[in-house]
Design a protein around this ligand. Structure first.
Ligand SMILES: Cc1cc2nc3c(=O)[nH]c(=O)nc-3n(C[C@H](O)[C@H](O)[C@H](O)COP(=O)(O)OP(=O)(O)OC[C@H]3O[C@@H](n4cnc5c(N)ncnc54)[C@H](O)[C@@H]3O)c2cc1C
Length: 181
């Protein structure tokens, strides 16, 4: 027989779950229930879909079904970076999709990053949010060339807020000489 959910030691599964106070689980679904929309999975995708459906129309009855506990999957175990990157470098985006679609993708990601910052503020989410930008660093000389190329492509596609730092700036801002750039 499957062990009762209340006995699972979720606090040992991730930093996020460990940092929560007392965890009280909802009872599991018994029998059948009717709902307008059933969402499977309480990660970012499911929770965001449920939240925004209710913002769109508060009369919609949304039911979210989570097999374990919300945040049990990747959403509770990730690096927590909210970035304009979406898996492809600027040069690969340009290569696969061209300059115009690359610009559109960048704009979309900038809006997404801003939206999350607003969302956190509006909903008073206690998540140590920092709007700090991000660094891509080089640990060898070949990577310096790649970074310089990415900066050129980013400029060609009019990406704002992208700049190349030298070693001295990295040293002065982050007190490290581990990286070339
Ligand atoms: C190590 C790591 C680091 C990452 N770092 C970042 C980062 O810094 N920035 C970033 O933007 N992204 C990052 N990601 C990616 C990001 O975490 C995922 O893209 C995102 O969390 C996916 O969310 P999701 O809701 O789609 O899936 P999940 O968070 O995996 O949620 C799926 C949920 O569905 C539940 N479920 C599964 N099957 C069922 C079922 N049959 N019935 C009911 N419930 C079910 C699971 O228990 C789980 O809770 C990282 C991912 C990993 C793994």
């Amino acid at each position: 027989m499957k062990e009762p959910y209340t006995k699972k030691d979720y606090k040992t599964r991730s930093y996020w779950l460990e940092s929560l106070g007392e965890i009280t689980l909802n009872s599991s679904l018994q029998g059948e229930e009717k709902t307008d929309i059933a969402i499977i999975g309480g990660g970012y995708t499911g929770l965001s879909a449920g939240y925004h459906l209710r913002i769109y129309d508060s009369s919609i009855n949304v039911t979210l079904l989570e097999a374990e506990i919300c945040g049990y999957g990747a959403s509770g175990r990730n690096g927590g970076f909210n970035m304009t990157l979406f898996g492809l470098t600027p040069s690969l985006t340009k290569l696969f999709f061209g300059v115009e679609r690359g610009k559109q993708a960048r704009k979309f990601m900038e809006e997404a990053v801003d939206y999350l910052a607003e969302f956190i503020q509006k909903n008073n989410i206690d998540c140590d949010y920092e709007n700090s930008g991000y660094l891509l660093v080089a640990t060898n000389k070949a990577q310096i060339k790649r970074l310089e190329h990415e900066i050129e492509v980013a400029k060609e596609m009019d990406f704002e807020g992208v700049e190349l730092w030298d070693r001295e700036r990295l040293l002065s801002e982050f007190k490290t000489d581990k990286y070339y750039l």
